[in-house]
Design a protein around this ligand. Sequence first.
Ligand code: URA
Length: 250
Amino acid sequence: MNDIQREFLELVADVRTHVEFQKALGVTAIELSSEEAGEAPVSPHSNEPLSAKEVSPGAEGPQSPALDAVRQELGDCTRCKLHQGRKTLVFGEGNPDAALVFIGEGPGFEEDQQGRPFVGAAGELLTKIIEKGMKLRRQDVYICNIVKCRPAGNRNPEPDEIETCVPFLRKQLQAIKPKVIIALGNVAAKALLKTTEGISKIRGTWQTYDNIPLMPTYHPAYLLRNPRDKALVWEDIKQVMAELEKIQKG
Ligand code: URA
């Protein structure tokens, strides 16, 4: 096989993965970028928060004695400067015994308002990945963040804020005991893996956090800006589904 044939086969495989992921998310028409469609740019996703109907009714807040204890220890946290700008501390939500935990960066505006993780535009995409892509219910997994209070203006959390908050996330994970963790984006991957490697370098490669297999992948907010990379996330998600299936079969 020559180089051109190899490149062509790779291209076909990429297109297939992309289409597969779009299909899994319920997309029935091909998405064209605004330039391809010759239209004025429009946002592919509205910034409207998810309505109650769009978010699966999930458990809000802790629901196991072990998670409750972590929540209580946090209390009305003032351990770092993020507390000054928050409306609500976003602890995390989902199944307290989930096999799969998603970890994002930190609450955005809508999450701070509602006190729930991933309920804005990025949350809408994450919910689709979970429900339409993985065929799980949102309330069957657990969703939380590296920091529990919103960094003003959605800036990245600073090292001292991460350092203060991550011990509580660690205790949450010790309470949940997931089989697999998905780290969403650079901030989550770097904070958990203590690496300086960027997400585009390590995504799709198995790592571990406290002996739990961890798959780093792109953040859904990044995917909203770079929809073509959904295919890569679908590859990573498929690896996670295979691992969960393998674990389930024992
Ligand atoms: N982005 C995150 O990283 N976490 C959220 O909860 C929402 C958006």
